[in-house]
Design a protein around this ligand. Structure first.
Ligand SMILES: NC(=O)C1=CN([C@@H]2O[C@H](COP(=O)(O)OP(=O)(O)OC[C@H]3O[C@@H](n4cnc5c(N)ncnc54)[C@H](O)[C@@H]3O)[C@@H](O)[C@H]2O)[C@H](O)CC1
Ligand SMILES: [K+]
Length: 493
């Protein structure tokens, strides 16, 4: 059994609660001690991130998230800070009740939320709700969250209002500058709305022994970008044929740039040879822009046959269109027996008629394409991205990349990897075309579908972050080529 990497393991809230129970029942650590350790870790995080804070505002809910908040407030009092604590309810339950009493014994005073204003302070501690959130926030809780807008916020465990299993928030939700999560990463902290709501994420494992985690399944893993294990350094005595031949198919009239981006990305990530099957009208422009690409105008399966014969991996779909021409290329490609990355319009064609695969297959839908493939709608896909990517991988018996904020990679056997990199600048034309080329290049160099997809997504997102810097707006897809080349050679791993 590979040793669990706590920093890369993602759990559902039910699994985290099971770890909590195991810590108490199996390891003999009282729940209140866990709460105290959580408060210690959160207070240390606050002092580190806001070293000049002298007054803190605290929002305390009725459950153990609130209990964490009461004990943090007590620590702040004992450190000589001013504390303005607003409690959502007049009493707390279980360990939280003991935490509340401890805060009061230390001289703390809990104001009742009622119609009072939000707590004052240089920084606001969000201890309203954590993994016990059961429904979208409303009423007083929603009002308090609304009043935290625009202030520096440290969220305890989970930003209040965020579903820690799916990363979505349908009602009011705290927007934190930092979130310190306890015991283990909740999978919902890394995808969907969480990317906007969590701020900087920190994990405090509360010094739990490994025994607390044993026997409790990990639901997903954070992507790693260590390319070295899958693509070892190149020997000198090699020929380009060792690094595969990618054939990119697409670029109907008006979309020649899409397939060119795919082809160039494959070259930049180390494919030995890259050919492009596209409309004849695009060949001149592609050859002029990137002569290393072997662009060929094709109109039918006959013209495509020799290209398919020479290729080892196909990148199918960017700018393919849904017309007769695109359908002919689609059908020829999917009966070629080659490993294939299926993207863009090819996914729409696939949704019309699912296929069995005779080699490795990676699908790369955005939420809209995923909805079409599932016969569902975007809202349902985004409501639970983990369920969607697992259902897609199972139903199509392929590795699936569900793109979007916090891209997910799913395998037919249920494995899921979550990409913690990427930025809003990547929501722009051509980024998906580049990703298709990246994944095809890794397949061409010998990676299996799972490694090619999870590493390709990580490389692509990290290249996007490097290219964007602190200016995501205006990032263009070809900006990724230079960082991609650095990262695919193991830089920064
Ligand atoms: N193992 C760990 O990760 C540790 C967790 N700790 C903290 O405990 C909370 C979870 O505590 P819990 O009491 O289960 O739930 P919450 O405090 O998150 O929720 C409070 C309470 O609120 C009610 N509620 C739920 N949704 C709503 C709503 N929309 N409106 C109003 N009220 C709602 C419901 O009854 C909940 O029970 C975890 O996040 C950690 O912060 C430990 O302290 C440390 C170890
Ligand atoms: K919280």
């Amino acid at each position: 059994m590979p040793t669990r990497d706590p920093l890369a393991s993602l759990y559902t809230t039910a699994q985290v609660r099971a770890i909590d129970r195991a810590a108490i029942d199996r390891c003999g650590i009282p729940g209140f001690e866990l709460m105290r350790r959580a408060a210690d870790a959160a207070f240390a995080c606050l002092r580190r991130r806001w070293p000049d804070a002298r007054r803190i505002g605290v929002l305390a809910g009725s459950g153990n998230n609130g209990g964490d908040a009461f004990l943090l407030a007590e620590l702040a009092l004992r450190a000589g800070m001013d504390v303005d604590l607003v409690a959502l309810t007049g009493d707390s339950s279980g360990d939280a009740s003991r935490a509340r009493a401890s805060f009061v014994e230390a001289g703390g005073r809990a104001r009742l939320a009622g119609n009072s204003v939000a707590p004052v302070g240089d920084v606001l501690v969000d201890g309203l709700f954590g993994t016990g959130l059961k429904r979208p926030l409303d009423g007083l809780a929603a009002e308090l969250v609304g009043r935290s807008a625009g202030r520096p916020v440290l969220a305890l465990d989970v930003p209040s209002g965020l579903d820690a299993d799916t990363g979505t928030c349908t009602g009011a939700c705290v927007r934190a500058d930092a979130t310190v999560s306890f015991v283990a990463w909740k999978r919902g902290l890394f995808t969907a709305d969480a990317i906007d709501q969590c701020g900087a994420r920190e994990l405090a494992t509360l010094d739990l022994p490994q025994a607390a985690y044993e026997g409790i399944a990990v639901d997903a893993e954070l992507a790693d970008a260590c390319i070295g294990r899958a693509l070892p350094p190149r020997r000198a005595n090699v020929n380009k044929s060792r690094f595969g031949h990618v054939l990119a198919l697409g670029g109907d009239h008006g979309y020649g740039g899409a397939i060119r981006l795919t082809g160039e990305a494959a070259l930049r990530c180390g494919a030995g040879l890259v050919s492009i099957a596209t409309r004849a009208a695009h060949v001149g422009a592609i050859n002029a822009a990137r002569p290393e690409l072997m662009a060929r105008g094709v109109d039918d399966a006959a013209a495509l046959a020799p290209l398919l014969e020479r290729a080892s991996v196909l990148a199918l779909g960017p700018g393919l269109g849904l017309g007769d021409w695109g359908r002919r290329l689609f059908d020829a490609a999917l009966t070629s027996g080659r490993s294939v990355v299926v993207d863009a319009d090819a996914l729409t064609l696939l949704a019309e008629a699912p296929r069995a695969w005779s080699a490795d297959a990676v699908l790369t839908p955005h939420p809209g394409e995923a909805a079409r493939l599932l016969g569902s709608d975007v809202a349902s896909v985004q409501r639970d991205r983990f369920a969607a990517v697992r259902e897609l991988a199972r139903r199509h018996a392929a590795v699936v990349v569900l793109k979007g904020a916090g891209s997910l990679v799913g395998a037919p056997d249920g494995r899921v990897v979550v990409c913690p990199w990427g930025n809003p600048g990547m929501a722009s034309a051509g980024m998906g075309d580049v990703l298709t080329g990246v994944i095809a290049a890794l397949l061409a160099q010998g990676c299996n579908a799972w490694d090619a997809a999870r590493l390709g997504v990580a490389l692509h997102a990290r290249a996007g972050d490097e290219a964007a810097g602190d200016a995501p707006r205006g990032l263009v897809a070809s900006d990724l080529f230079v960082p991609l080349r650095r990262l695919v050679n193991g830089a920064g791993a």
